[in-house]
Design a binder for this molecule. Structure first.
Ligand SMILES: Nc1nc2c(ncn2[C@@H]2O[C@H](COP(=O)(O)OP(=O)(O)OP(=O)(O)O)[C@@H](O)[C@H]2O)c(=O)[nH]1
Ligand SMILES: [Mg+2]
Length: 344
């Protein structure tokens, strides 16, 4: 809410109090905590900023239904962000708006709310005069879409590897909390925990799995099966015990791994017997929780590289996004020059 004019402070005199209940006085340019009290009745806490440069006094308030409803009694609210929760296409944006856990994710939601409907955008893009211009629009749209989707919803990330490799310890470091039970007993994890966190600015749901190795009983075998099932379709980090190094388990899991992370760098400089021509990611001494920030940083950057994602855009992706695969497919048909069509 803002009041413009030389007498802006006088106009709001009857609406604002200091937190202690005294008469409110602005402090040029400096934000001040105040109480919004129309007709002297306290309604909510607000932040007040006087902007002499703009001849404006701003009252920053919660846009909650209760506050806005109360204020409406004093006159119509000219402009407020209106959420259309009936629109299926905007679903992901609404979810993001309500659940954003970072400034970048919130900025993306706010940006996308202001975008024109996808149909309208596509119609205009498809009307571009040349095939090159349309193809450029397609490139930009697909780039924005990949980044926006990666920011909006967590990617599934599964930790796989042999028993005792340090999978549960790695999970704990990645989520900055002792969530999974760890210990020297091989086969300790049966049903792995799942936790959400952000790495390098992108959200992930990380799942721990039962390690591969000697399945001594029916329960262990079932746990390993569940782990294999969980890993299907997600990103996989193969956790290698550096001191054990390359073995049958690694031979089996390495081809499908998106990233290899190894433990026990306190014992070995490099996983024993690791083939020179196989990709190998960062190694850590995972024992001390103090390493967590470094582990999160290194793993986050590696995952970004593997997924081909840019550094997290702090202010949205800069345009319309195809939130559904159907939208993306239609955009490809209408814009991409790869398509077989009468023009070719
Ligand atoms: N020295 C050393 N020990 C580690 C390191 N990382 C993990 N450990 C230890 O290795 C043991 C096994 O770690 P876990 O994280 O439980 O291993 P896991 O891969 O989850 O094992 P399972 O659940 O049995 O599949 C624990 O005692 C850890 O403290 C490391 O980098 N260095
Ligand atoms: Mg474990």
């Amino acid at each position: 809410m803002a009041v413009r004019g030389a007498d802006r402070e006088d106009v709001l005199r009857n609406w604002l109090r200091t937190p202690a209940g005294a008469v409110f006085r602005s402090d040029h340019g400096r934000p001040l905590l105040a109480v919004l009290a129309p007709e002297g009745v306290p309604l909510d806490e607000v932040v007040v900023v006087d902007r002499p440069d703009l001849n404006r006094l701003e009252v920053h308030l919660h846009g909650s239904v209760a506050v806005l409803g109360e204020l409406q009694r004093y006159g119509p609210i000219e402009r407020a962000v209106e959420l259309d929760i009936s629109s299926g296409v905007r679903g992901p944006v609404l979810d993001l708006l309500l659940q954003a856990t970072s400034r970048a994710r919130l900025a993306l939601a706010v940006e996308q709310l202001a975008m024109p409907p996808f149909e309208q955008w596509l119609e205009r893009a498809a009307a571009a005069p040349s095939a090159e211009a349309r193809s450029r629009e397609w490139e930009r749209l697909s780039g924005r879409t990949v980044t926006a989707r990666a920011l909006a919803a967590p990617a599934r990330l599964v930790l796989v590897g042999r028993q005792n490799a340090g999978k549960s310890t790695l999970l704990n470091r990645l989520v900055l909390a002792e969530r999974a039970l760890t210990g020297d007993l091989p086969g300790l994890t049966r049903d792995g925990v799942q936790e959400e966190t952000e790495l390098s600015g992108y959200p992930y749901r990380i799942g721990d799995t039962a390690g591969l190795g000697v399945a001594v009983g029916r329960l262990d075998r079932a746990a390993i099966e569940r782990g294999i099932e969980l890993a299907r379709g997600g990103l996989r980090i193969l956790v290698v015990d550096g001191a054990v190094g390359w073995g049958d388990v690694e031979r089996r899991l390495a081809p499908d791994a998106d990233l290899v992370v190894w433990s026990r760098r306190d014992r070995v400089p490099r996983p024993i017997g690791w083939p020179d021509d196989l990709p190998l990611g960062p190694g850590f001494d995972l024992r001390d929780p103090e390493v967590s920030l470094e582990v999160r940083e290194r793993v986050g950057v590696e995952l970004r590289r593997v997924r081909g994602l840019p550094e997290v855009p702090e202010d949205g992706v800069g345009g319309v996004v195809a939130w559904t695969d159907d939208e993306l497919g239609r955009a490809r048909d209408a814009l991409s020059s790869d398509r077989p069509g009468p023009e070719v």
